[in-house]
Ligand binder design. Structure first.
Ligand SMILES: [Fe+2]
Length: 286
C-alpha cells in the first residue's frame, strides 16, 4: 500500500469509528436494559415415552440459570415466578446455576422460588456455579423452600392419573454425576425425565433407554448472539448443544436459554426463556 492510499484508508477509518461506537453503545443499551428482561415463554407440544404408568398428558415448565448474584434482581425473579405460575403447570423443573459466585443471598432467592406453584411439586438439580461457594448452602436453601433437589437420585411424582419419574444429576463441571445411582430402582419398561445442568452430558445419559427426556440449561443459548454467526462463546460442557431440541438415540434433549446472565449483563438475539412443555405420553393410550 502506497503512503497516499494508506493515508486515505486511515482517513476513511476515522469516520467509521463514530458509527461503530454509537452502534455498540446502542446494542449494549438495548441488550442490558431491554432484551435481558424480555422473557419469552417457549411453548412446546411433545410426544414421548414416559412409561406405561406415567400420566397420559402432563404440563411441565422449566426454568434455568438465574445467576442471582451479583445483581440480585428480586423483582425480575418475581416476574419469572408470576409468569410460570400463570401457565398452571403440573410440575416445575429448575436446572441449576441459582448463583454465580456467592451464595450470601441464596436464602432470598430460594424464598422467591418457593412461591413457584405446581400440584406435582418443584424439582431441581444444581449447576456448576452452585458449587463455587458452598453447594450445601444452596441445597439447604432450596430444600427449606419445598424445592425437591435431586442429586444423583430420582423420585416418583403422583398426579394426573399416573406416576411420573423425575431424576436429577449433579453437575459434571462442579460435582460428580452418577446416572447408574440416579437410575437405581427404575424398571426396564419405565422412563424418566432427567434434570442435568450441562447439556453435553446427554451423550452419556442417552445410552440408557430409561432416560427419555433430558432438560438442561448452562449455555444461556449463547447469551450474546450475532445473526448468522450464533453464540459468541460456548462454555465447557455446552459446546455440542446450544439451545432448543436435539435427538440423541431414543432420548430427547432440550437446552433452555435460561433467565439470567453472567460476565456481561446483556442479551442480544437471545432473550431469556421460560420453557413450557405439554407432554403426551406415547406409552399410554387411555
Ligand atoms: Fe449459567
Amino acid at each position: 500500500m502506497s503512503p497516499e492510499s494508506r493515508r486515505a484508508f486511515l482517513k476513511r477509518l476515522k469516520y467509521l469509528w463514530a458509527p461503530v461506537i454509537l452502534g455498540s453503545g446502542t446494542a449494549y443499551g438495548y441488550g442490558s436494559l431491554v432484551e435481558r428482561h424480555r422473557i419469552v415463554v417457549e411453548r412446546h407440544n411433545l410426544k414421548l415415552s414416559l412409561g406405561p404408568k406415567a400420566p397420559r398428558q402432563i404440563r411441565a415448565v422449566a426454568l434455568s440459570d438465574f445467576h442471582y448474584d451479583p445483581l440480585h434482581e428480586a423483582e425480575y425473579v418475581e416476574e419469572c415466578v408470576r409468569q410460570t405460575n400463570a401457565l398452571q403447570p403440573d410440575v416445575i423443573f429448575l436446572t441449576g446455576d441459582y448463583i454465580t459466585d456467592y451464595n450470601d443471598r441464596m436464602e432470598e432467592l430460594a424464598e422467591l422460588l418457593g412461591k413457584l406453584n405446581a400440584p406435582g411439586g418443584v424439582f431441581a438439580c444444581l449447576g456448576n456455579h452452585d458449587y463455587r461457594d458452598n453447594a450445601n448452602v444452596v441445597a439447604r436453601a432450596l430444600r427449606k423452600n419445598n424445592i425437591d433437589l435431586l442429586t444423583n437420585q430420582h423420585t416418583r411424582v403422583h398426579g394426573r392419573g399416573g406416576e411420573l419419574i423425575v431424576a436429577g444429576l449433579e453437575s459434571v463441571w462442579g460435582g460428580l454425576p452418577n446416572w447408574s445411582r440416579a437410575a437405581t430402582g427404575i424398571k426396564e419398561d419405565e422412563r424418566a425425565i432427567v434434570l442435568m445442568h450441562e447439556p453435553d452430558y446427554a451423550t452419556t445419559v442417552c445410552r440408557d433407554p430409561r432416560a427419555s427426556f433430558q432438560i438442561s440449561g448452562h449455555t444461556h443459548g449463547g447469551q450474546i448472539c450475532l445473526p448468522g454467526l450464533g453464540a459468541l462463546r460456548r462454555p465447557l460442557w455446552g459446546k455440542l448443544y446450544e439451545a432448543g431440541f436435539f435427538d440423541l438415540r431414543k432420548m430427547k434433549l432440550y437446552v433452555s436459554r435460561g433467565l439470567g446472565t453472567i460476565h456481561v449483563h446483556m442479551r442480544l438475539f437471545c432473550p431469556p426463556e421460560i420453557a413450557c412443555f405439554d407432554l403426551m405420553n406415547r406409552d399410554r393410550s387411555v
